[in-house]
Design a protein around this ligand. Structure first.
Ligand code: ATP
Length: 425
């Protein structure tokens, strides 16, 4: 059975007119053929099908075209060319306060927005208490929204967006504005909506949020889809591109080197960095100090040693080496570096090698994990080498048969107190 497509973009482009000087705009109006206008493509030939029920993370640099694409999907912007089909009610949180009339009270805006989204008066009536409760802005609900703080604005906008039974939800980092308690409330609600089958597009610069929330991701670069796939792979691609651009490597070259690495290994190993020094080898030793091989299997809570060898390709004034152990979604579970552990690596001469050992236990839920290893000259410097998926290993279940429900099994002391019954003889 083919999957149902909720959002479909076919050859979508968005071209803006730009003028070098404000005068040029006027001249163009008065003399339409004066050729003062420059065409700028914010989006170019986007083809995309998003299946119903997916949570898709959208990632990309500032100005890459993310908001333009989402506004087109939300229907608040018309594409210059191409076709967009979106099935179902779209609730979008794209710009702070968009869709709110500043002169209306919060209550009036809830009704106004609800009607815009196609709800009847009765439907909004029945949802109003939920919306006001979620926004939790007290008496401000009856004040004009122009008197709101930006946090209150977001609260109300989010409360409306998630309580109108959307079929497509579009969220553009608006969550970052509320306080921590509200952010947690938003996350819980978003998860509940996703679990109930709402198609969600989530734009964020926070790769952690993309990895935790989404089941696929799209990276936009220069108005085009640069890459799409599993959230972890896409965030790796994104971080590699950011590093490469900083090093003066073009986006095309960055993509090419990543594809070459991919062909050489089964897993999406991604390597980036300035190359001032290189991670020459990575291995893990088991609790007996034996090399655990290329795809190790460790016992639950086994003590292991991660052995990393680096070689300086130039003289380094200092060096920090670190690692992460990530779950299959790329969430960092264990990690540290020599600086945080107060272990100083002195300067390295050209071609000098150094081997760093990290010894730790693996109190992890039985599953497969990947290892990321990275090094930098100091805390401010660009990494000289960063290797994602340097190794993948397995952790076995505890021999005691204990179930591990959380990601990590932290030692916990449980005591039972039996209170004396009052009045008993
Ligand atoms: N109305 C407009 N007129 C001209 N250019 C525009 C207009 N709106 C957006 N752009 C340009 O289109 C490009 C894409 O903008 P967009 O807002 O979609 O990027 P973005 O990826 O969402 O960026 P950010 O992460 O900073 O929000 C940018 O170069 C922007 O300057």
């Amino acid at each position: 059975m083919s999957e149902e497509i909720a959002i479909s973009l076919h050859s979508v482009s968005k071209c803006y007119k730009r003028y070098a000087r404000p005068m040029d705009r006027l001249q163009e109006l008065l003399l339409p053929h004066s050729n003062k206008v420059q065409e700028f493509f914010a989006l170019r030939d986007i083809n995309l099908d998003i299946p119903k029920g997916q949570t898709v993370g959208i990632i990309g640099r500032n100005g890459s075209g993310k908001s333009t694409m989402l506004q087109i999907i939300a229907g608040t912007l018309t594409p210059t060319t191409g076709e967009v089909v979106v099935k179902g009610r779209v609730s979008a949180l794209l710009e702070l306060g968009s869709g709110f009339n500043p002169e209306f009270t919060g209550r009036q805006n809830v009704f106004f927005n609800g009607r815009l989204l196609g709800l009847s008066q009765n439907e909004i009536d029945s949802k109003f208490d939920d919306i006001a409760g979620f926004a939790d802005i007290g008496d401000f609900i009856d004040q004009p929204v122009k008197t709101y703080s930006s946090g209150m604005f977001v609260r109300l906008a989010f409360a409306v967006a998630v309580n109108v039974d959307p079929e497509v939800l579009i969220v553009d980092e608006a969550l970052a504005v509320g306080d921590i308690v509200f952010q947690h409330r938003c996350m819980r609600r978003m998860r509940a909506l996703m679990d109930s089958g709402v198609t969600t597009l989530f734009v964020s610069h926070d790769s952690g949020a993309i990895k935790t929330l989404c089941n696929s991701a799209i990276m936009i670069h220069d108005g085009q889809i640069y890459s799409k796939g599993a959230p972890n792979d896409i965030t790796i691609t994104y971080l590699k591109l950011l590093t490469d651009l900083e090093l003066g490597i073009s986006a095309t070259e960055s993509k090419q080197t990543q594809q070459e690495e991919k062909c050489n290994k089964d897993t999406t190993i991604a390597r980036r960095g300035s190359g001032k020094a290189r991670i020459e080898s990575v291995k893990m030793l088991n609790h007996l100090g034996e090399d655990a091989g290329e795809t190790p299997v460790f016992g639950f809570n086994e003590e292991v040693t991660l052995v990393v060898e680096i070689k300086a390709n130039e003289k380094l004034l200092s060096c920090i080496l670190g690692f992460y152990i990530c779950d299959k979604n790329g969430n960092e579970i264990i990690g540290t570096n020599t600086f945080e552990e107060n272990v100083k690596i002195d300067k390295l001469e050209f071609r000098q090698r150094v081997v760093v050992n990290f010894k730790f236990k693996l109190p992890l839920r039985p599953a497969s994990y990947s290892l990321t290893v990275a090094g930098a000259e100091n805390n401010e410097a660009l990494t000289f080498d960063w290797v994602d998926n340097a190794m993948v290993f397995q952790v076995l279940p505890p021999k005691t048969g204990k179930q591990i429900y959380a990601l990590i099994d932290h030692p916990i002391n449980v005591t039972i107190c039996t209170p004396c019954r009052l009045g008993s003889t």
